[in-house]
Design a protein around this ligand. Sequence first.
Ligand SMILES: Nc1ncnc2c1ncn2[C@@H]1O[C@H](COP(=O)(O)OP(=O)(O)OP(=O)(O)O)[C@@H](O)[C@H]1O
Length: 590
Amino acid sequence: MPAPELSSGARAAAPRASLRRLWPLFREERPALALATLLLLVGSLAALAYPQGVRIIVDGATSRRDPAAVRDAALLLGALAVLQGLAVAGRAWLFGVAGERGVRRVREQLFRSLVSQEVAFFDGQRTGALQSRLASDTAALQALLSSQLSMALRNGVQVAGALALLVYTSPRLTAVMLSVIPAVAFGAVFYGRKIRGLSRRSQDALAEAGHVAEESLSAIRTVRAFAAEDAEDRRYGAAVARAFALARARVLAGSVFLGATYAGVYAAIAVVLGYGGALVAQGALTAGALTAFLVYTLLIAMGLGTLADNWAEAMRGLGAAERVFELVDRAPAMALRGGRRLERVAGRVAFEDVRFSYPLRPEAEVLHGIELVVEPGEVVALVGPSGAGKSTLGALLVRLYDPSAGRVTLDGHDLRELDPSWLRAQVGVVSQEPVLFSTSVAENVRYGRPGASDAEVREALAGANALDFVQGFPDGLATRVGERGQQLSGGQKQRVAIARAILKDPRLLLLDEATSALDAGSEALVQEALARLMRGRTAIVIAHRLSTVVGADRVVVIDGGRVIESGGHAALVSRGGAYARLVERQVLRG
Ligand SMILES: Nc1ncnc2c1ncn2[C@@H]1O[C@H](COP(=O)(O)OP(=O)(O)OP(=O)(O)O)[C@@H](O)[C@H]1O
């Protein structure tokens, strides 16, 4: 089943669904959010009371000529200012921290979901796109949760409160002002949608650019070797240009949106002043009431202006939330845990009429009915031309994929009935290009068995012929190996990977011999370590060296997704078939 390309799926029900999905993240934050809401109301009420003080001051200074009232009202305004400042700071802090906590949970959930997905899912995804989900989408979500929502709430309360007071002061004047508002609101909804679509596309384009950069940087040696810096530069430049074009369209839409909103609001003020001034001239309204009216209108104007901004930002955040939750909620096609665990493992592996095509390329069958039994303790060397399907067999053994037909069994049990994590604990894998993490040598070895003691790590390194060179490093076992272990030679990396497998002490081994030649000394050390590792275990070795094949109990030749020959090295050579030809053509290095 092909993994769907991200973020192209159904999005129709988006914003509300995302909001509903966000709420559970804040369960523990409820007391803080309640207090924050209270502060929000206090702050908003203080802001709404402010124009009343202004009205008293203006009327006290003009028609009523009452200095005491002016002084009292000024003191009240000062108190309101302090109250509002405290309330705003408290609200921002509480909402902000709650938002950060929620985003932290989303990040954790997203990462957990990502690492739990089946391998086939990653075949269809680019690492850069997934990283962008973790980085930029969660950042947009963070902005939404820690500030946008609370600002929107505050502005919403203020606009509603100011409107109510306006109606109370002069319904006619309010009606006049409101005659301009629906147009603004309509524009906001229309443009909000447009901006949201654009912002999603621009984020996709940015992820694409990130992918290009990641690919070039992680392959910097290849880029340098081919002097391809300029070409990479152009490739990245083109990707960034696409992202920029979309971002510009988004910014343009946002700017028009903002401009239209402001124009609408300022027009409303002009109307209010014109009509309200006439009412004052007729004596239907005091100058103070008109001033208060104007301040409320400004409050509404600012509130709406920021709301429009909030709206655009919130749409961006919700777009991001959608994409994040799409992944958080994705159920892996293959669970990590659950199923039988065998008490004892003898180590008999059987491929029974196994057919397989990679999920992303269902039309191209890679294995066409593989029959292969590996007895407990047997060392089987798989040989065959490149692309024959050898690594694919290995991938099925650790259940990175399931066969399309037929079955793979361990001691007679279909792998699909076994607990995948338990199964993987039974298999030690040493791959062609061992991956070391950017941490210490000891931690890299301990990846085989977390919690192993230093002495055990040391012993494993010794068994892998790696202890000497590791102890030769100034920091010994604590030496950090760079990103992907770049400070180690190929042979050294191999031996650290072997130490990892020794520490894991699995019943089954899956070894993918390095195709690249190591120098003779290093080669001998690796071979010796491997031989020690294989002793007493069932081993499937994807072999590229004659010495490995000669040392194996049995050689199995795979070609075109089929087992075409099987037997001892000498017997197969004398048979003069496909294997003999491989040896002759020196496909297997001596
Ligand atoms: N993730 C994948 N998605 C789709 N097709 C794949 C994938 N991995 C491998 N293939 C295809 O499956 C076929 C078998 O590949 P496999 O890696 O098993 O060959 P191999 O015998 O191990 O080759 P080599 O000795 O070169 O490593 C190839 O045609 C390859 O293109």
